[in-house]
Design a protein around this ligand. Structure first.
Ligand code: CP
Ligand code: NVA
Length: 319
C-alpha cells in the first residue's frame, strides 16, 4: 500500500464525525455477527506491542484479530529488541513487510507518531500517556447501546483531568457531538491545546467541552458519569494525587447529582474506595462489563475499517 494512503488511529480526532459513526455502526454489526467478518483471513498477522501492562487491551486485540481471520502476534517490550533501544523506525521497517497492522501501547504520543510516520500499514494507539482512543470507541458504543444516541448527551468525567482518558473523552466525545465536562482539581486540568482542539470539533458537531473544579457542578444532570484511576501507569506521587482527587471520588452522593438514569463508566482496572466506591461500580447504574466487552467489538470494527480504507481489504463481510 502507498504509505500516504494508509490510515492510522493515533488519537480520537483521527476519525471525522462521519467516520467515527461508521466505525461504531460496524462495531454494532460485528457484535451481532461475531464471526462473520474476516478481513485478515489468510491468515494475515497483526502485531500487538506492549510497553506497559494490560489485561483488556491485550485480550481484546488478540481475540479480535483471531475472530477477523488473522493471527495476533503479541509482543512485550521486555522480550523485544525495541525494549533494548532498537529505533522505532527500524522496528516499523521490519514489521511493515510482514504484518497487516501494528497496534502499540507505549508512553509518549510521539512514539506512535514516529511509527506511523513511516509505516505502510495502519498503526493503532492502544494507549499512550496522552490518549486512549480505542477505549473511547468502546465507551461510545456502550453509551449508544444504553442511551440510544450520543449527540446532545452530557458526559461528565471526574478525577485526573490531565490523563489519557480525560483527553480522549474530550476529543472523542466532541467528535460524537456530546457535551463533555471534565471535573478536576487545579493542577490536573486538561492540556489547554487539547481542550481547544476539542472545542473546535464541538463547535462543528453541536457538542461542547468544559473543565471545572467543582465535582458536583461537573456531575449535575449528566447522562453519563465516568472516572479513571488517580495514578496512571508510569506516574508517581500517589499520596499527593489521592489528596487532590478525593473530592472527585465517584460515590453515591456524586452519582445522585447526575440524571436519575445516568450510566457509570470506568475503563478499568478500578481501585474501589479510591476513584470509585464499590457501591457505585458494582451497583445498578454501572455498565463497566458491557464497556469492557465492547473493546473487542469496537477494535475489530476499527481494524476492519482501517484495512478497507488503506486498500488492504474489501468492505464486504467475508464468510
Ligand atoms: N482499560 C484498559 O485499557 O485496560 P487494560 O490496561 O487492562 O488493557
Ligand atoms: N489512565 C490509565 C488507564 C488504564 C487503562 C493509565 O494510563 O494507567
Amino acid at each position: 500500500a502507498d504509505p500516504k494512503q494508509v490510515r492510522h488511529f493515533l488519537r480520537d480526532d483521527d476519525l471525522t464525525p462521519e467516520e467515527q459513526a461508521q466505525v461504531l455502526d460496524l462495531a454494532d454489526a460485528m457484535k451481532k455477527d461475531r464471526f462473520g467478518y474476516r478481513p485478515f483471513a489468510g491468515p494475515r498477522t497483526v502485531a500487538v506491542l506492549f510497553d506497559k501492562p494490560s489485561t483488556r487491551t491485550r485480550v481484546s486485540f488478540a481475540v479480535g484479530v483471531g475472530e477477523l481471520g488473522g493471527l495476533p502476534l503479541v509482543i512485550d517490550a521486555g522480550s523485544s529488541q525495541m525494549g533494548r533501544g532498537e529505533p522505532i523506525e527500524d522496528t516499523a521497517r521490519v514489521l511493515e513487510r510482514q504484518v497487516a497492522a501494528i497496534v502499540w501501547r507505549t508512553s509518549g504520543q510521539e512514539r506512535v507518531e514516529a511509527m506511523a510516520s513511516i509505516s505502510s500499514v495502519p498503526v493503532v494507539n492502544a494507549l499512550t500517556d496522552e490518549f486512549h482512543p480505542c477505549q473511547i470507541l468502546a465507551d461510545l458504543q456502550t453509551i449508544r447501546e444504553h442511551k440510544g444516541m450520543l449527540k446532545g448527551l452530557t458526559l461528565a468525567y471526574l478525577g485526573d483531568g490531565a490523563n489519557n482518558m480525560a483527553h480522549s473523552y474530550l476529543l472523542g466525545g466532541a467528535t460524537a457531538g456530546m457535551h463533555v465536562r471534565i471535573g478536576a482539581p487545579a493542577g490536573y486540568l486538561p492540556d489547554a491545546v487539547i481542550l481547544d482542539r476539542a472545542a473546535e470539533i464541538a463547535a462543528a458537531t453541536g457538542g461542547s467541552v468544559t473543565a471545572v473544579s467543582d465535582p458536583a457542578a461537573a456531575a449535575a444532570g449528566a447522562h453519563v458519569l465516568a472516572t479513571d484511576t488517580w495514578v496512571s501507569m508510569g506516574q508517581d506521587g500517589k499520596e499527593e494525587r489521592v489528596a487532590a482527587f478525593t473530592p472527585y471520588r465517584l460515590d453515591a452522593d456524586l452519582l445522585a447529582q447526575a440524571s436519575p438514569d445516568a450510566i457509570v463508566l470506568h475503563c478499568l482496572p478500578a481501585y474501589r474506595g479510591l476513584e470509585i466506591t464499590g457501591e457505585v461500580i458494582d451497583g445498578p447504574q454501572s455498565v463497566v462489563w458491557d464497556q469492557a466487552e465492547n473493546r473487542l467489538h469496537a477494535q475489530k470494527a476499527l481494524l476492519h475499517w482501517l484495512a478497507v480504507r488503506s486498500g488492504q481489504a474489501s468492505g464486504a463481510p467475508e464468510a
